[in-house]
Write a protein that binds this ligand. Structure first.
Ligand code: PLP
Length: 341
């Protein structure tokens, strides 16, 4: 089990801080809430994809790629961080964006992450919702290869065993931080989507025998599918890392009750969570991922599903740039319109 034998380009600001949220903890009354600041990984405002891209982009560079290609939703944070990383390495970057919300306004379609994708020199192609995006990307990559380009394709969210190594590394980093600070972590929670974050974390935690339960709050798929995706990727990641069989099915837990109408569509409790973190802690969440993860965390606290004094680490996966694409939900006094698509 040697993470160091995989090619990696060090670009993230690590270790990300681990901080206690005093005002939020007091407000919620029960557990002691901490935050692992992966919104501070540094690259183009940061976020969880930077850790995955350290391993993915190293693979791209090792195969001599002059262009990377990836795909995601219009306000994809992964697309933005990929475009930034490609810029840093002097590679081309082509991004396929899928409209998963149907929002027509300028800010959703061209501001926020989309603005930064192009600012970093990425080129964009847009597709309507429900498209076969992985297939579309493979076709686009073949077309570039026919023109002599060396293209490295990255799956949506950077979620494959190579990308998940970034979150194995995060688990190692977090446990080291906790040990150094004599902090007992009772549970880790975070938003889960394309599954690389949770898969990497669960492999890292199990490989080190940490005995810390991990809970993913879903942002897209229903629970059985989400857990299966995470588990399948965790199995493949563990094999790659050289510790096959370290993760069992029951280590993978996702609660998808806070997804709402679907991917990228915020609920009222998503917006409430964004407001609470902003007003109580000066922290920025996002409407697609971390806001839904935090809504789950808040609801669990209110329902007494965590023990009093339990130390919970909320992994902040980033995404705040997306706020500028979702301003319609956030303008003062408009919280009540959150569920109206
Ligand atoms: C991609 C993303 C996630 C989900 O991570 P996965 O590895 O795709 O499950 C969570 N939060 C933010 C802000 C993201 O951009």
């Amino acid at each position: 089990m040697h993470l160091a034998r995989f090619p990696r380009i060090f670009a993230a600001h690590l270790p990300t801080p681990l901080e206690r949220l005093d005002r939020l903890s007091r407000e919620l009354g029960g557990p002691e809430i901490w935050i692992k600041r992966d919104d501070c990984t540094g690259l183009s405002t940061g976020g969880n994809k930077t850790r995955k891209l350290e391993f993915l982009m190293a693979e791209a560079e090792a195969m001599g790629a002059d262009m990377v290609m990836t795909q995601g939703a219009t306000q994809s944070n992964h697309a933005r961080q990929t475009a930034a990383f490609a810029a840093k390495l002097g590679m081309g970057c082509h991004i396929l964006l899928e409209d998963r919300t149907g929002y027509a306004e300028h800010n959703y379609n061209d501001n926020g992450n989309v603005l930064l994708d192009t600012l970093h020199g990425g080129t964009l192609a847009r597709y309507p919702g429900g498209h076969d995006m992985p297939g579309e990307m493979e076709r686009a990559a073949e077309a570039e290869r026919a023109r002599g380009k060396k293209v490295y394709t990255i799956p949506g969210g950077g979620s494959n065993p190579t990308g998940a190594l970034g979150y194995v590394n995060c688990a190692f980093e977090l446990l080291a931080q906790a040990n150094n600070g004599a902090l007992r972590i009772d549970r880790i929670v975070h938003a889960t989507g394309s599954s690389g974050t949770q898969a990497g974390l669960v492999v890292g935690l199990k490989a080190l025998n940490a005995n810390i339960p991990l809970l993913g709050f879903g942002t897209r798929a229903p629970q059985p599918k989400q857990e299966q995706m995470v588990y399948d990727l965790a199995v493949r990641t563990a094999e790659k890392l050289g510790c096959p069989g370290v993760v069992s099915r029951e280590d993978v837990v996702a609660d998808t009750s806070y997804v709402g109408e679907g991917y990228g569509l915020p609920r009222e409790d998503t917006i409430e969570a964004i407001r609470m973190f902003a007003e109580l802690e000066g922290l920025l969440l996002d409407p697609v991922y971390s806001g839904k993860g935090a809504a789950g965390l808040i609801d669990y606290c209110r329902k007494g599903r965590f023990r009093k004094g339990e130390r919970i680490v909320f992994l902040h996966t980033g995404g705040a740039v997306g706020l500028f694409g979702y301003d319609r939900f956030l303008t003062a006094g408009d919280a009540a319109t959150a569920v109206a698509a």
